[in-house]
Each structure stands twice: as structure tokens, then as C-alpha cells.
Write a protein that binds this ligand. Structure first.
Ligand SMILES: [Zn+2]
Length: 97
């Protein structure tokens, strides 16, 4: 098994636009919103494996890669828990529609 670095993830919010992002942040650092370049404020801290918005257990068959940031996300989530972008519908390899 590869050793994956697990840095603490935080939910950050841009107070000007209300846009929220989830990134691996370090305490005390200032992060800027990519779109508006405004400063982000920390809203909360995410537990490393907390399936707060997903009921699926954190196992390989329930995960997929986010097309935006290539981080793993549970399949029943519409928004990536890492970058908070919408991941779109799942593509089924079987092609049954
Ligand atoms: Zn993502």
C-alpha cells in the first residue's frame, strides 16, 4: 500500500462571494480564492475520513476520482469533497445506459 500523506483539510469560505472550497490548508496561512482572489476564511475543519455528506464507506469500490483535482471522492457525492467542484454524472463502463 502506498503511504498517502494525509494533511488536514479545511472548509474555507470567501466572505465576499459566499463561495466555499475544501482544501488541504495549514493553520496560520492565508489562502486566496482562485476566482476572485479574495481572502478565504476558515469555516471548519474536516475529519480525514468523515463521510459527512456520503453514506458510503470509504472503500475503493465506492470511490472515484474527481475530474478536477484527481482526489478520491465517494460515488454518491455530486460535489467533490476536496475542491468542492461539481463532478458530473458517473460514466458506466458497462454501457447499459
Ligand atoms: Zn475535486
Amino acid at each position: 500500500m502506498p503511504c498517502v500523506s494525509s494533511r488536514q483539510r479545511y472548509r474555507l469560505r470567501n466572505p465576499a462571494t459566499g463561495r466555499e472550497v475544501v482544501i488541504e490548508a495549514e493553520p496560520g496561512k492565508i489562502y486566496l480564492d482562485r476566482e476572485s482572489e479574495g481572502p478565504l476564511e476558515v469555516v471548519g475543519k474536516l475529519l480525514p475520513l468523515a463521510p459527512s455528506e456520503s453514506r458510503l464507506p470509504w472503500s475503493v469500490e465506492n470511490l472515484r476520482f474527481c475530474p478536477w483535482c484527481d482526489q478520491l471522492a465517494q460515488k454518491d457525492l455530486n460535489d467533490c469533497p476536496t475542491c468542492a467542484r461539481r463532478m458530473g454524472p458517473l460514466t458506466s463502463p458497462a454501457g447499459t445506459g
